[in-house]
Design a binder for this molecule. Structure first.
Ligand code: PEP
Length: 252
């Protein structure tokens, strides 16, 4: 069975004092049990402090983005090796906000995915459709294009050390959650596409759901066979909200 990963994407929120309180609250409340893990993804400037604070705890630390370049003249960018050096073990790549606001293409996301892996970081590849795309019936083809961009350059074997996050754009930060059935359908589609390439890898890859996941809806989503955790925005900013999702994971 796949473990559940509960990952918090703090986005551009927090400060030193608030982060320290949030992390202390999470560490103090990690549910008993096994079969799940917790991850927080703070903004870049706070990564080192959060890595230090979580040392020896059950909480891992990841970044929200990563450069596709190893080093050099890329002002304002952060290299995957730097993140690894700081103690990050995961990096989110291709979040819909990066794609929509900063124009990241699927090819660039694929390059970031590969660069992260080359530095020993597990990429969390975000895929998902907009409301217009869902209403036009193109959810699967949109997700396929985003997934295939990575598979084409990195190959199916690369998915053995990666996580996928299905995040319908219309559900992110809107309070609208995909129903467990809607999410499961897309998760099954994604796993099916990987199965056609390598059944073992498809069976092992964690596919997270993201989009207004919270304590009240987490258990229903996590009960679905192809949903292996959550990538959580809003509800990752308060320890009790994040821990409510962790508790659902621990009971799954
Ligand atoms: C996200 O940004 O990845 C996300 C899922 O946000 P929220 O939980 O706030 O919808």
């Amino acid at each position: 069975m796949r473990d559940i990963l509960v990952a918090g994407n703090w986005k551009m929120n927090g400060n030193s004092a608030a982060n320290a309180e949030l992390v202390a609250g999470i560490i103090a409340g990690v549910p008993q049990g096994s079969g799940f893990s917790l991850l927080v993804c703070p903004p870049y400037p706070y990564l080192a402090a959060v890595v230090a604070q979580t040392e020896g705890s059950a909480v891992s630390v990841g970044s929200q983005n990563v450069s596709e370049h190893e080093k050099g003249a890329f002002t304002g960018e952060v290299a995957p090796g730097m993140l690894r050096d700081l103690g990050c073990t995961y990096a989110i790549v291709g979040h819909s906000e990066r794609r929509a606001i900063y124009g990241e293409t699927s090819a660039q996301v694929a390059a970031k995915f590969q660069a992260a892996q080359a530095a020993g970081i597990t990429p969390i590849l975000c895929v998902g459709e907009t409301l217009e795309e869902r209403e036009a019936g193109t959810t699967e083809s949109v997700v396929d294009e985003q997934l295939d961009a990575v598979l084409d350059v990195a190959g199916i074997d690369a998915l053995a050390t990666a996580v996928i996050a299905y995040e319908p754009v219309w559900a992110i930060g809107t309070g609208m959650t995909a129903s467990p059935e809607q999410a499961q359908d897309v998760h099954r589609h994604i796993r099916g596409r990987l199965e056609a390439l390598n059944a073992n890898i498809a069976a092992g890859v964690q596919i997270l759901y993201g989009g207004s996941m919270k304590g009240e809806n987490a258990a229903g989503l996590l009960a679905k066979p192809d949903i292996d955790g959550g990538l959580i925005g809003g509800a990752s900013l308060k320890a009790e909200d994040f821990l409510a999702i962790a508790a659902a994971a621990a009971q799954n």
